[in-house]
Design a protein around this ligand. Structure first.
Ligand code: F6R
Length: 357
């Protein structure tokens, strides 16, 4: 039940710190170490390449998950949109392992690929929020999100839960390969949960950012570099699906190769700047669009902020920033939809689980 909340979406955004803590608890053993079913870790280690298959927001989580697995466990990963993969299959490696990311566990496009790769004799893991769902039953292994039911059509807490489970999977796999721990992940995820709480307490701020940047516009751009680019894709999807503002996520450096033609006087450009190695680059891209009249909304991270940034998120580990930087985008999208009097929980033309191909 949504209780005192006006919408499920807002309730589910607010639940994210709790979900983080629940995931830490569910994936910890008695000694407080993160743990995953040894059979799953064995499957990870048997693979010479991992194929992540998903749709929509879950696909965006997969893009970040690739960074986690490649950077921490050093296994190559490809991420594919499920509706494309079936008929346009890439050349597979000798020992592929498939990971399906699906909140509902019922997405027909993803299931079609699962059926196909099982027929080919390959192993599959499903990361899902719904125990006993179709993709959970039909895969060899399941990792649960423990996010509680997600009712709003726009996915929020499932995305951050997917990222948390993916990073735990990556780090536990790395450990099994004898790699030095990259960080104390339990501690870092605790920091994430606290930072999420800080952001959830800033709702008025995000409401006013939404009012300032998105009340009248017909379009909006989200730009970022590296991992921030993937968060931008998710921010754009969130905004367009509930507010009907045409929104695009772009790699910061790619905009100038054509799309910059769409920047007009007052076009909102939301830039995400949480990565030290590309901070100069993304700020250069902001200057490029501002020179064409864009109205920039810069969301940066503490330690990398510049004067005039619109919002500065608390500092977290640089690999884990998507778990935090997506919250302002979720909240800004929510308020933009509200200000434009859209049906936040049930946007037009959409269903919570897409059970047709
Ligand atoms: C976006 C959204 C959709 C789903 C997509 C996949 O907010 O909810 O893009 O992410 O339909 O759904 P699942 O994860 O259930 O397979």
């Amino acid at each position: 039940e949504k209780g005192t909340y006006p919408h499920y979406m807002l309730k589910e955004i607010d639940e994210q710190p709790l979900v983080m803590r629940k995931i830490i608890q569910k994936y910890q053993n008695g000694n407080g170490e993160l743990t995953i079913d040894p059979e799953i870790i064995a499957a990870m280690n048997d693979a010479d390449r991992i194929y992540i298959i998903a749709a929509g927001t879950s696909y965006h989580a997969g893009l970040v998950g690739k960074q986690f697995i490649e950077k921490l466990a050093k296994i190559p990963v490809e991420v594919h949109i499920s509706s494309e993969f079936g008929y346009n299959m890439p050349m597979l490696s000798e020992k592929p392992l498939f990971i399906f990311i699906t909140q509902s566990g019922e997405t027909a496009d993803s299931r079609a690929v699962l059926v196909q790769v099982k027929e080919m004799g390959y192993k599959a893991i499903t990361i899902t929020n719904v125990q006993g769902s179709t993709l959970s039953r039909e895969a060899d292994y399941t990792l649960l999100l423990h996010a509680g039911p997600e009712i709003a059509v726009a996915s929020t807490k499932a995305y951050t839960a997917q990222l948390a489970v993916l990073v735990i999977l990556a780090e536990v796999t790395a450990k099994s390969r004898g790699m030095e721990p990259n960080f104390n992940l339990v501690r870092e995820l605790g920091i994430i949960a606290n930072a999420m709480e800080v952001l959830c307490d800033e709702k008025e701020e995000f409401e006013s950012i939404a009012r300032e940047f998105l009340t009248v516009t017909r379009n909006a751009f989200f730009i970022g570099r590296g991992i921030d680019f993937y968060v931008g894709l998710e921010g754009a999807l969130k905004l367009k699906e509930i507010s009907y503002i045409q929104a695009e996520g772009f790699a910061g450096g790619e905009l100038k190769h054509g799309t910059i033609a769409l920047i007009e006087e007052g076009t909102p450009v939301i830039a995400i700047a949480t990565q030290e190695n590309v901070n100069l680059g993304i700020r250069g891209n902001v200057k490029e669009v501002v020179a064409r009249g864009a109205y920039p909304c810069i969301i940066s991270m503490k330690g990398l902020e510049s004067e005039g940034d619109t919002f500065v998120i608390p500092e977290v580990h640089e690999l884990l920033t998507p778990l935090i930087s997506v919250l302002p985008l979720q909240l800004i999208s929510y308020y933009a939809a509200l200000h434009r009097e859209c049906d936040v929980d049930k946007p037009r033309n959409l269903a919570k689980s897409v059970t047709v191909e």
